[in-house]
Design a protein around this ligand. Sequence first.
Ligand code: AMP
Length: 397
Amino acid sequence: MKILVINCGSSSLKYQLIDMEGEKVLAKGLCERIGIAGSKMKHQVPEQEDYIVETDMPDHSVAVKLVFDALTGEHGVVKSVDEITAIGHRVLHGGNKFTESIVVNEEVKKVIRECFDLGPLHNPANLMGIEACEKVVPGKKNVAVFDTTFGMTLPEKAYFYAIPKEYYDKYAIRRYGFHGTSHAYVSQETIRFGGLDPEKAKVIVCHLGNGASISASIGGKAVDTSMGLTPLEGLIMGTRSGDVDGAVIQFIANHENKTVDEVLNILNKKSGVLGMTGISSDFRDIEIAAENGDHMAEVALDAFRYRVAKYIGAYVAAMNGVDAIAFTAGVGENDKVTRRLVTEQYLSYLGAKIDPERNDVRGKQRLISTDDSKVKIFLIPTNEELAIARDTKRLTE
Ligand code: AMP
């Protein structure tokens, strides 16, 4: 069975075709600048030269058509679209309606549309991707895999904000959490790889990338997660502030003569380690600056790791214990210093110990704690596309 996974942004479309026997990526690629002059598609097949198409892509349907042409044509990996069983779509926000991935029908599309308010940048693009596939390959099953469904198992004490209840009743304002496919995948992989109890294992997943979030789960079911109504809450990120006192918004708006939307844009796009340092949102640049003695780069890295550790502490309390901590995503998979410092500076009270040799690794599934560590610590590379493909397979076979 072959599954196509699609992740649409407002002007981009990422895809992977996965053969579910062996879970092997047959081809992947990216369409950029959809709807903007200079659109381009890069199609990659393992062990072949990249195939680049530079042609106008006025909308997502044209991009989807090009993807199917690339998959079936001269540089293709399948003879016809009939070989592709179904299409799995990453969808940011499913509101509080969906507790699971679901085969798309008119009702599902309606709910995705109703959630435009909650995911204004992503949901419209995600829906465009689905509708483009319906148009280009009619009859093919589309599955929506929401970033928010992992958070649907949160108990009320974790998802309610302490604001007037009417806002939950009217607008479903609550903690949803994001990076859900990553947290679900990594927590399950941690249980499997670590040989932990599939029903009872208490796992904390640190998804540390340009966007960053932490989850606590028991037996793979989320009990808490750091992102909230939107991905703004929680950890310090590349460009997002994470947790701030809401009054900061009012203060900046009043003093800088800005609207709430403008301030939110600053908190989402110009804050985090970028805002603190004025240097970059890329953690590698911040590390180089810190090595060269830039004080705010040092502070930003310290603050980033401190916030990660504070959330781990909170989640140990939330679960009354922890069996394993897993690091994943760009920083989590590549930055051994962050993994070591978070553990050594803040988690020794738990009896957690990093093994420096095991920790000297990038992007590979591995136990990185010592044999006598009271908490197992793992590096587990995330694979959101595979998680989406697995759900799509399950729902369509
Ligand atoms: P992601 O959002 O998961 O793609 O992660 C992107 C982030 O990972 C970027 O900010 C990168 O700087 C960061 N990253 C990648 N490699 C390293 C590394 N060796 N050390 C620190 N950060 C890294």
